[in-house]
Design a protein around this ligand. Structure first.
Ligand code: KIV
Length: 262
């Protein structure tokens, strides 16, 4: 799978599914389930390492898990998270993104708004594809004052939209938007040319992403925006296929997984 396949899906109005993975065995099943995109998320700090935040995750750990996931399958597009402070300057970003690309990633994901524009431009110019991540950005949890829904006030929603347009213009080829009202998720998907992947961003984004352990019901706490897809299924593969089908058919997310502006 290549990035242009995902862009084509957006142009054709076909929703696609994505999920996090951290090892080869799950990534093999995810490939079999026909899920289009896998993110080696720094959420591994939470679900694999049992840490409270993603802040302690290191570049070496991301490279290790990226290599493992890339050995599991080739049917999907593979994105890897750049961990906390590994892209604080454009130069850091170039050097550190190269490590993840050499570990098997096809794209790197960076959290942040307008300030990332120049870094994204420099990465893209050198042939390093970028996914931007806005809305709730977990690496900034202490700045945000907790894991809270973002963009509820009109001015905040306008800032998020303006940031997204700047990051697309700078060269981002995918956008993840996390925990925002459904109305903002819909607006982002409408205004951007690149696919917008939502997590807690309503049903009208171009794609959905979930943390693997949340959607299998094995995380310590399942967030409101997720659903246990293993419930009622008899295997992990069936659960993954049920998730992919529900996203394609627009049955997930349902209203109970979404946030409103009020
Ligand atoms: O690290 C992660 O799992 C993520 C997703 C929540 C999008 O960034």
């Amino acid at each position: 799978m290549y990035i242009h396949d995902l862009h084509t899906k957006k142009q054709q109005g076909k929703r696609f599914s994505s999920i996090t993975a951290y090892d080869a065995s799950f990534s093999r099943l995810i490939g079999q389930a026909g899920i289009e995109l896998v993110l080696v998320g720094d959420s591994l700090g939470n679900v694999i390492q049992g840490k409270k935040t993603t802040i302690p995750v290191t570049l070496d750990e991301m490279a290790y898990h990226t290599e493992a996931v890339s050995r599991g399958g080739e049917a999907f597009f593979l994105v890897s998270d750049m961990p906390f402070m590994t892209y604080a300057t454009s130069n850091d970003a170039l050097v550190n993104a190269a490590v993840l690309m050499q570990a098997g990633a096809q794209m790197v994901k960076l959290e942040g708004g307008e300030w990332l524009g120049d870094t994204i431009f420099q990465l893209a110019e050198r042939g390093l594809p970028v996914c931007a991540h806005i809305g709730l950005t977990p690496q900034s949890v202490h700045k945000m004052g907790g894991f809270k829904v973002q963009g509820k006030q009109r001015e905040d929603a306008e800032t998020i939209l303006a940031d997204a347009l700047i990051l697309e213009e700078a060269g981002a080829e995918l956008l993840v938007v996390e925990c925002v009202p459904s109305s903002l998720g819909a607006q982002l998907a409408k205004r951007l040319r690149i696919p917008v992947i939502g997590i807690g961003a309503g049903p009208q984004t171009d794609a959905q992403i979930l943390v693997l352990y949340d959607m299998l019901g094995i995380s310590a706490r399942i967030p409101k925006f997720s659903r246990n897809f293993l419930d009622g299924e008899t295997s992990v593969l069936d659960a993954l296929q049920a998730y992919a089908d529900s996203v394609r058919n627009g049955r997930f997310p349902a209203p109970e997984h979404c946030f409103s502006d009020s």
